[in-house]
Design a protein around this ligand. Structure first.
Ligand code: PSU
Ligand code: MN
Length: 310
């Protein structure tokens, strides 16, 4: 594992030590905190996710950009700042160098968290949902940089599928083109964030984290570039009604078009609209699925570290 100090990167000593000893570490993003959920649920989520990962026996590493550096591992004060501040920049690959150079406060998306995790030597990363090909892509060409990053950066991302704000079939086609394996955890269909199932059959499914860890290990040994996407369905008791959510998503998309929302503002606009339109029901589901992913992600990181420490 890498332990050469990198410029512009500030790794918490606990995490640095874990890296040197091949201990299980789970990276976490910060855009979900700053742009994905309202305050104070966002900071509550960020702390609880870290504690779930610790309870499972792995080490959490929440990532953000602060004071001109990539910070790997945040204090409770840092989490509070990201959750509350209204001048946090949403940082994807495009924004990365300028936010560091200007010493701005930046929250990392799935794409940029993968970049940072890879630089630090962290193999697993837990989130809620990834960005993808947006509905209406034919007109807007709106494809999340998350998909490109999954195509080239060597990190395994654990999510609950993708939100139906996206065009799921096209998102899957894009991932196929980029060579990204999508593994259903105890499911044979792609989960759709608020619901356990979409209409899309997956090529890969695994019933245990050991099976996934072994696949990741094989991929590493073969030196294949790019990420792996693990899709872990929301638990049944937390899931929402598909038709109800689809109606709300349609309204959110309409509002976004009417207000002329563009570029990186689209996803945060839609997420915020949906939370308000469901009276917070979507937020409860979102919290539950992130916790569920944290548990599986930690178990997977542990299974992987057992293989490499054998
Ligand atoms: N989807 C969610 N919640 C989120 C995001 C996506 O359900 O918080 C965030 C993630 O940080 C993701 C980013 O990487 O939005 C994607 O933004 P864009 O579509 O602009 O690439
Ligand atoms: Mn976009």
């Amino acid at each position: 594992m890498k332990n050469k100090p990198l410029p512009y990167i500030d790794i918490l000593p606990e995490i640095q030590e874990a890296l040197e000893n091949n201990l299980p570490i789970v990276a976490l993003e910060s855009t979900i905190i700053s742009h994905g959920m309202p305050y104070p649920d966002n900071v509550k989520m960020a702390k609880k996710v870290e504690s779930i990962i610790r309870e499972e026996g792995a080490i959490p590493a929440t990532i953000a950009i602060m004071d001109g550096k990539i910070k790997v591992g945040l204090s409770s004060e840092d989490l509070e700042t990201l959750a509350k501040s209204d001048h946090v920049v949403k940082v994807s690959r495009r924004d990365f160098a300028s936010v560091i150079a200007k010493k701005e406060l930046g929250a990392t998306t799935v794409a940029s968290t993968m970049m940072c995790a890879e630089k630090a030597g962290i193999k697993f990363f837990v989130t809620g949902g990834i960005g993808g090909v947006h509905r209406g892509y034919e007109d807007t060409m709106d494809v999340s940089a998350d998909l490109e990053e999954l195509g080239k950066t060597n990190v395994t991302v654990i999510c609950a599928g993708a939100k139906a704000i996206l065009d799921l079939p096209r998102t899957m086609e894009y991932l196929e083109t980029k060579g990204v394996p999508v593994v259903g955890y105890k499911t044979e269909v792609l989960p759709a964030f608020y619901t356990r199932e979409s209409d899309i059959n997956l090529r890969l499914s695994a019933d245990s984290v050991d099976e996934i860890a072994n696949m990741v290990y094989t991929k590493e040994t073969l030196e294949l570039k790019g990420g792996v996407l693990v899709a872990n369905p929301i638990q049944k008791s937390d899931s929402l009604d598909k038709n109800y959510m689809n109606r709300i998503i349609e309204k959110a998309l309409k509002a976004s078009n009417e207000e002329g929302i563009l570029g990186k503002d689209v996803t945060p606009f839609l997420l915020d609209y949906i939370v308000k339109a469901t009276d917070g029901k979507s937020l409860q589901a979102n919290l539950a699925l992130v916790y569920n992913n944290a548990k599986v992600g930690a178990q997977l990181a542990i299974a992987y570290s057992k293989i490499i420490n054998k």
